[in-house]
Design a protein around this ligand. Structure first.
Ligand code: APR
Length: 312
């Protein structure tokens, strides 16, 4: 795990509790030796919960040496400003680009064969940057956004319908920003169309809430951005890879012609297994959903263009 802040902290705990790995390495640049302290804290609790997981933290990338899966959370999160406005994820780009350059170097040096799941924001542009710097095989680099965005949509829909979250299936496509596309035509409750349970107007409101769900949490927390649900979402992906589950999960993946997009990382459903992104699935969209996706892809392209310009 790279970055041991809010999300990284939950990741290490949960990897241990779920017995997802025999050994977890945590890297963070924070002084005096934050990552080591974080791991020691959790490791000292393992006898209480009966876990034999090795945990090592370090200030340098040797912490991830030989890892099969690397989860990247290094970067600043969004934070409510004193004037109570909330920055967009794109506003984090400049700061997080510099951090990402170091992350790419560290992964290349210490875990060149790892499958990489990245969470730092702006999500799609940071994954694009990692790709530019590391040029890994297409299947081995994924961004975590769609699982979380879909989970938020599912949660809102389940509550509106008064049913278990287990009964709600949903897909959110596109970039991890305000243009993301909750695909209503794919939303099912117990196998039935969502419209059978929730009215048109309420659904539209839930979809708007989904697009802005990250900012809603930022506004409420005041001190940073959502961290438990993003960590759980990344673990859904790591678990599918580790156990070769072939699970269909919405992930940010490199498109090479799929959805008519070339060379960008965008949120799409994919079969996730031991080989990472094993197959990208093209959803049949309504004309309005197609337009919304094109709009979202344009937003991603714009931020990636900024990446290209900043890295000149
Ligand atoms: N290498 C490793 N870790 C770094 C580096 C670096 N070059 N630079 C910063 N970090 C660490 C920080 O020291 C901090 O502990 O990354 C950690 C980030 O933790 P938080 O600030 O708590 O942020 P968090 O909420 O975990 O979000 C991390 O994921 O969802 C995104 O927008 C979010 O970009 C943010 C990232």
């Amino acid at each position: 795990v790279i970055g041991g802040g809010n999300i990284g902290g939950v990741l290490v705990q949960e990897i241990a509790r779920r017995r997802l790995a025999r050994a977890v390495g945590l890297m963070d640049v924070l002084e005096p030796d934050f990552a080591k302290g974080k791991c020691l804290d959790i490791a000292e609790g393992t006898p209480i919960v009966g876990l034999d997981v090795v945990m090592e933290g370090a200030k340098d990338y040797s912490a991830i040496k030989g890892a099969d899966i690397v989860i990247n959370t290094a970067g600043v999160p969004r934070k409510k400003r004193p004037d109570v406005t909330i920055p967009t994820r794109e506003e984090l780009l400049k700061t997080n680009l510099g951090i990402t350059a170091q992350v790419a170097k560290g992964i290349q040096e210490f875990a060149p064969n790892a499958t990489v799941i990245s969470l730092a924001n702006p999500l799609d542009a940071i994954v694009y940057t990692l790709h530019k710097k590391m040029n890994p095989p297409k299947n081995k680099l994924l961004g975590m956004a769609g699982v979380l965005d879909s989970a938020r949509y599912r949660y809102f829909v389940a509550h509106a319908a008064g049913v278990s979250v287990d009964n709600v299936e949903a897909v959110v496509l596109g970039g991890h920003g305000d243009t993301m596309v909750p695909v209503r035509s794919c939303c099912r409750i117990g196998g039935m169309p969502v419209e059978k349970f929730v009215g048109e107007e309420e659904l539209a409101a839930l979809e708007t809430r989904t697009r802005k769900a990250g900012a809603e949490v930022v506004g409420l927390l005041g001190s940073g951005s959502a961290f438990v649900s993003p960590a759980w979402a990344a673990l859904e992906m790591a678990e599918a890879i580790g156990y070769d589950r072939k699970k269909i999960i919405a992930v940010c993946a490199l498109l090479e012609g799929e959805y008519g997009v070339n060379g960008l990382f965008v949120g799409v459903p994919a079969v996730i297994g031991a080989n990472g992104v094993e197959k990208i699935i093209e959803v049949d969209l309504t004309p309005a959903e197609k337009d919304a996706l094109a709009n979202s892809v344009n937003a991603v392209a714009k931020t990636c263009k900024e990446v290209d310009e900043m890295s000149k």
